[in-house]
Design a binder for this molecule. Structure first.
Ligand SMILES: Cc1cc2nc3c(=O)[nH]c(=O)nc-3n(C[C@H](O)[C@H](O)[C@H](O)COP(=O)(O)OP(=O)(O)OC[C@H]3O[C@@H](n4cnc5c(N)ncnc54)[C@H](O)[C@@H]3O)c2cc1C
Length: 586
């Protein structure tokens, strides 16, 4: 595909390194840190003015079965169990060799980072797999998250760390999973209020002193810890450095050309990499052409609103194809789907807010324009969106896209929030004024405001309320898996932690449209993460990591953390291969 070449005004001396990593998310930085610690001279180039990519906006959770933190907590399982879970979940897309490579090396990756770098982990031992009814699903012990990280450790480079997505924060402060319940309970529990007060006061102090929060959590902590480790290990990270094309010599990828930067004389810069190049540009969540080709619900490429950063425009896949690589095109889904709402911002831009948390809480339903429920709202974001796409296969134009409404009552929104609308005591007025949030004194009024069929909505709420009182969703089995129940509110004393009736107006609704957390369809690779050509042969000197690598899950979404876990693990594997160092044995 064509690319815009920057004007070359003066030649510049090429840079030289052993390994060139393109992109600074989890895939790129995992590779870079590992390779540097194995003795390679590594350069990371990042197109954006700040490093971190989607990873910096993420929850930072990594699916790594049999990880050292689970083992330390006494959770042991044979590798056959997660392997069997994947076999059942992935069906025809299951590739045993890739799955085993991941399952064997994931724990080694965690051990490597926690013993040799600034990246530390917290356990996700109570986090269940998404599909509790699938054989060998786990109720916990298969996830880790980046531990909170002190941003001061990055020194002046903190300015180059991409901050969390504003709408998912409180005044710019990321909220760790462990603290979320305190934020939700701050108006009802003195202990939670105290915890929240401490966090907020510390954040305000950081804002005064450093102009940003320094207690980094979730994906922001993951990137900061990886970047600090990279810098410690001698990796050079260059921002504002978009790769325009790869350099090849006799069939081998030998480097890349990065675009001109005005501060550096306006000339392109060649980088020569003796051991090869790693594509880690974060997939194609904002590449309209690729979306048109691979997302059936986006016939023009514009009916999809990814929550990933706009700079992820599919460069890595195009660069890889240009060098002979092949993008996997037959996945169950080409993207990690998620319902997204569009939040108008004061500056005229629109934030893409991914609905990851509130859907499973008791007292929310999702309906189509007909006012009918179409799925179990407490299922994963990917399953929720897959169900909506299956329910509304007719693809409308971008101006009238596939959509659904999340509907709740006043008690719910003040207790749990709704999308970008935060729980009490945060005000709703701004989001009502800009039209993001719809409010009606009655269900009829709300339906009219949203263009939902009013009798349909009335009937749905009536039926749902009866089911909620009995605690049994006879339509969609909401609350029947461990994952559902974790997403619900187990402290609310309900028969079903995901179900409560919608009782008292005013009622609220937010429109959700098809979106994603990133993409699955990436370059085909071998077990060392080397990109493959049409004949299945490794392209010398070319690796793919993160979402530039075809997901080992084949377009399925068996558990939270299935992008970052493999991104970190295959980055670790790619680095060993590039360095010519065997992977550690248990
Ligand atoms: C809100 C949210 C929460 C999420 N939570 C989780 C979670 O908890 N667990 C999980 O597994 N997944 C999660 N995800 C998904 C996950 O964040 C992504 O799949 C993952 O971060 C992708 O990592 P990556 O390294 O492939 O790409 P990225 O982190 O997106 O990094 C790619 C980088 O490459 C740069 N780049 C692009 N083109 C070029 C170029 N030409 N030259 C140089 N640089 C370039 C980009 O600017 C970007 O910085 C979440 C996503 C979102 C949006």
């Amino acid at each position: 595909m064509p690319h815009r070449e920057a004007t070359v005004t003066s030649p510049r001396e090429p840079l030289r390194c052993d390994l060139l990593v393109i992109g600074s998310g989890a895939g790129g930085l995992s590779t870079a840190v590992t390779a540097a610690l194995l003795g390679l001279k590594v350069l990371v180039v990042e197109k954006a003015p700040q490093f971190g990519g989607t990873t910096a906006w993420s929850g930072g959770w990594m699916w790594v079965p049999r990880n050292p933190l689970a083992l330390a907590a006494g959770i042991t399982e044979d590798i056959a169990k997660p392997l069997s879970y994947l076999r059942h979940e992935l069906g025809a897309q299951f590739d045993e060799a890739r799955a085993l490579t991941f399952l064997e090396n994931g724990p080694r990756m965690v051990e490597f980072f926690r013993s040799r770098t600034a990246l530390q982990f917290i356990a996700g031992n109570a986090i269940p797999d998404f599909h509790g009814h699938t054989p060998n699903a786990a109720a916990g012990g298969r996830s880790v998250c980046a531990a909170p990280f002190d941003g001061r450790r990055l020194g002046a480079r903190i300015d180059q760390l991409k901050p969390p997505l504003e709408e998912t924060t409180l005044w710019g402060m990321g909220i760790a999973s462990a603290d979320l319940r305190h934020f939700l309970n701050a108006t009802r529990s003195p202990a939670s209020l105290w915890q929240v007060t401490k966090l907020v006061l510390r954040h305000w102090r950081d804002l005064l002193v450093h102009q940003r929060g320094m207690r980094l959590v979730n994906g922001n902590a993951l990137v900061a810890a990886l970047a600090a480790s990279a810098i410690d290990a001698g990796v050079e990270i260059r921002v504002n450095s978009p790769v325009r094309r790869l350099l090849t010599s006799r069939g081998k990828v030998t480097g890349a050309v990065i675009g001109a930067h005005p501060d550096e004389g306006g000339a392109n810069l060649e980088i020569h990499a003796a051991r090869g190049v790693v594509l880690a540009c974060g997939g194609f969540p904002h590449d309209a052409a690729r979306m048109r080709a691979l997302l059936p619900h986006a016939p023009t490429g514009h009916e999809h609103w990814s929550a990933a950063p706009p700079g992820n425009t599919g460069d890595g896949l195009r660069l890889g194809e240009g060098a002979g690589g092949v993008v996997a095109s037959h996945m169950a889904h080409a993207a990690a789907l998620a319902p997204v709402s569009l939040v108008p911002r004061g500056d005229g831009s629109t934030a893409h807010f991914p609905h990851l948390i509130e859907r499973g809480k008791p007292g929310l339903i999702a309906v189509t324009g007909a006012g009918r429920r179409f799925t179990n709202e407490a299922d994963s974001y990917h399953d929720f969106m897959s169900a909506l796409l299956a329910t509304t296969p007719a693809h409308g134009p971008a101006s009238a896209p596939i959509h659904a409404w999340l509907v709740c009552d006043h008690a719910f929104i003040r207790r749990y929030g709704l999308g970008a609308a935060k729980p009490a005591p945060m005000p709703l007025a701004g989001l009502l004024r800009n039209g993001y949030l719809k409010r009606g004194a009655t269900l009829d009024e709300l339906a009219k405001l949203c263009g939902i069929d009013a009798p349909g909505l009335q009937a749905t709420v009536q039926r749902y309320n009866q089911q909620a009182i009995l605690g049994h969703d006879t339509d969609f089995a909401k609350g029947e898996t461990p994952y559902n129940r974790m997403q619900g509110d187990t402290a609310a004393g309900l028969t079903n932690p995901c179900m409560a009736p919608l009782i008292q107006g005013p009622y609220y609704a937010v429109k959700v449209v098809p979106g994603s957390l990133g993409t699955f369809a990436g370059l085909q690779v071998n077990l060392h993460a080397q990109a493959l050509d049409r004949d299945g042969q490794a392209i010398p000197g070319l690796y793919a990591a993160g979402n530039d690598m075809a997901s080992i899950m084949g377009g399925h979404y068996p558990s939270g953390g299935i992008t970052l876990g493999p991104a970190m693990t295959f980055g670790f594997i790619a680095a060993h291969h590039a360095a010519g160092v065997p992977l550690p044995q248990p």
